[in-house]
Write a protein that binds this ligand. Sequence first.
Ligand code: SDX
Length: 391
Amino acid sequence: GASMTTLDPGFGNTASCRSEITYIDGAAGILRYRGYPIQELAKHSSFLEVAYLVIRGELPSPGDLKEFGEQLSANAGIPAEMSALLDALPRNGHPMTLLAAAVNTLAAYYADSVDPKDDQQVETATIRLLAKLPTIAAHIYRRSVGEEPIAPDPSLDYVGNLLHMLFGDGSGDSELDALYAKALDLLLLLHADHELNCSTATVRVVGSSDADIYGSVSAGINALFGPLHGGANQAVLEMLEEIRDLGGDIDSFLAKVKDKESKTRLMGFGHRVYKNFDPRSREIKGLAADILARQEEPDELFALALELEGKALADSYFTDRKLYPNVDFYSGVIYRAMGFPTNMFTVLFALGRLPGWIAHWREQRKDPATRIARPRQLYTGPTERSYPGQG
Ligand code: SDX
C-alpha cells in the first residue's frame, strides 16, 4: 500500500497553531479578541481601537489611540504611480481581484518596509497597510462606477475618511450619514479577526517563508474572495435576489438546498467552527433591524432574509447539521442599504479583517518556534513501478 506518512497538526509545525489573539468556542458561540468578549467590544469600542487591540495586544490609552489615528491619516495617500496603476486595471475586474493585485505591488512602491526581520520596517508596513487599503479600495470602487477617485481627507477619522473617499459628501442627510458611519465602524470591528480562518491561515503560510507582509496580505485577500469564505456576503445577496425573483418561494429554495444533487448551499449559513449561533451574526442582525427600520418602505431582501432564517432554523436538515447564520448572512443587506454594490461587500470584509491578518503575521514572526509551513500528505498514488522496456 501507499507509504503512510504522519499528518502533522497545522502546517507542519505546532507553532503556527498557538496564538494569543482570538479565542473562539464554536459549541458555545463565544468570540473574544485578546480576552474581551465581542459583545462588549461591539457595544463600547471602535474599529480603530479594536485594530490597535488586536495588533498590539492591549487597549490603547486615549493618547495612544489619538496618535494611532493621526499616523493612519498622515499615511492615507498613495503614490501617483499607484493611482495610474489602479486606473490602468481592467474596469470590469472584480474589486477583490484588483485589490489583491494592488496590495501586492505595495512591496514594490514601499521597498523600504519589506524586511520581516526588521521591527521598524514591520511597524512602518503595518501603518502603511492600515492607512492605504481604504484609499486603494475606494479608488477601485470609484473607477468601477465610472467616477473620479476622491483623495483622503486627513481631517476625518478612519471610517469617516473611508466613506468620504467612497461616496464624497454623503447622502445630504447628516443624521443618516452618521448612522451609516457608526454601522460601518461596527461591521469592520466585527470582522477584525477570527483565529485561523482560511484567509488568516493563508497569510500565516505565506509569511512563514519569510515573505514580506504585503505579499502575505495580498494572498489573504485572494483566499477571502472565495464564495465559501468572505465572498459569501456577496453570495447571500445574490441568493436572496434569486429567491425574490422566483416570487419569494423560500420552501422551493430550501428543498433545492436539501437536494444534494442541486449542489445548492444556503449561503450565509454554516461554519467550520461555530456549531451554534455565530455571535457576530446576532450583532449584525440587530444592527440591520435598526438601520432598515428607518427606511420608508421595509427592505424586501431583509424581510426575506428574516423569513429564510426562520424557516431554516425550524428545519431539522439545518439544525441536525448545526447550520446557523454566520457573519455573512446579514451583513450584505446593510451594505446594500448603505449604497454599496454587491461586488464591494467582500472588499469591506477585507478592510475589517486587515488588522487580524497583520496581527497573526506579526505574532508568527515573533515566535522563535515558528518554522516554514510544510503540510505533509497521505500518499495514495501508485506504489513503485519500472519504466517500460527495462527488461
Ligand atoms: C466565513 O472560518 C472562519 O472563521 C470563516 C469566517 C471568518 O470570520 O473568517 O467566519 C467567515 O467564511 C463564514 C462562512 C461563510 N461561508 C458561507 O456562508 C458559505 C455557505 N457555508 C458553507 O459552504 C459551509 O457551511 C462552510 C464552508 C462555511 C463550512 O463547510 P463545512 O465545514 O464543509 O461544512 P460542514 O462540515 O459543517 O457540513 C456539515 C453538513 C454537510 O452535509 P452532510 O454531508 O453532513 O450531509 O452540512 C452541509 C454539508 O454539506 N452544509 C450545508 C451548508 N454548509 C454545510 N448545507 C447547506 N448549506 C450550507 N451552507
